[in-house]
Design a protein around this ligand. Sequence first.
Ligand code: FES
Ligand SMILES: [Fe+2]
Length: 384
Amino acid sequence: MKDLIVSEDIAKAEGLAARAFFDPAVLALELETIFQTRWLLLPEPSGADARADSRPWVERLKQRGARAPVSLLEKPLFLQRGWRDAKLRLLPNVCTHAWYPLAPGPGRGERLVCAQHGRQFDAAGKCLSQPGFAPKAGVFPRACDHLAEFPTEALGPLLFACLGKPASPFGRIAGLVEESLGALPVERLERRPQAGDLRELDGNWKQHSWNYMDKFHVQFIHKAPAGLADAIDLNSYRTELHEGASLQWAYAKDPESGFDPDLLPARFRDPKGRRVFALWWFLFPNLTLNFYPWGLSVNVYEPIPERPDKTLFRWYAWSWDDKKFAARESRWLSDQVDAEDVEAMAQVRRGLRSGSAPRGRFSPTEETGPHWFHHAVSRGLRGA
Ligand code: FES
Ligand SMILES: [Fe+2]
């Protein structure tokens, strides 16, 4: 465990040991600690399902009693809109009698009847009755016969959930993101389903989060000419670190690729007239919200239980300006940067398993983001 402790002092810190990126015991510990206490994005529909209906869960499940199965970190869950109230609840898709799934597919109704032995629940997850069980105080139903709701929160069209007790209130992190968005038309965001919105990638989930927090590699992996390093003014690159979230941003070389300064808060305004290329938000542990002048690109680096050297990659695009959205490859280089990162992480994956991978150091000037991430993982593993 000593090799997973990362000093808060960047000058002294050694990064997480290489085994943190392939040892199944570390992944199991992460799932019990970090992923039980942080707010996680609830996966939106992907693939053909999203192409058939691109509305987010909050819209799809608008009618009272509407429900749909979802899963987070391979846990079976379902979303259920109340019947008496309009609340959208996230509930375990596991019957409290003998653990049969309750919602096999999308549906709607005032009550939910388990298909294995007929236990009935209302649309708030309360156990009502079951054939063969007489209601009796203290015997049936017990408190644990009702479905235990998970905390959920919304940010724009996105739904977040916590699988255990949240380490911090959602509003603190959501507030940071919202403050940075100024007058951007978040309410106009519409999902634009795209190919490859759900993929399995090489490399541990932390490699991808770390890489996202790493501005140092931009000049090398996304190099000029024709790379991201050419599209942004690298000298203007900023990494703002907060508890549980981070914002990276830089000015665009071509003003056409930047946000209208009037839409962003005053702190992003440049006396020289340069415009912000993107707002790259990272929400610990594994979510990125990338705001561009065309809209929002969401990336999730989801761990796969028991498979530490693979990552489930979710990639959603939401547009508020379809003309700019159409130019996102040529101007904002989405696919190119993605492909360069995926390839780099596959290379690193070979190295970290080689037996010749000492703990790394962080450049105090270039790698405040990676250090912040390693330190947050280290603390999270110890329950902080
Ligand atoms: S498992 Fe649901 S009623 Fe038995
Ligand atoms: Fe990159």
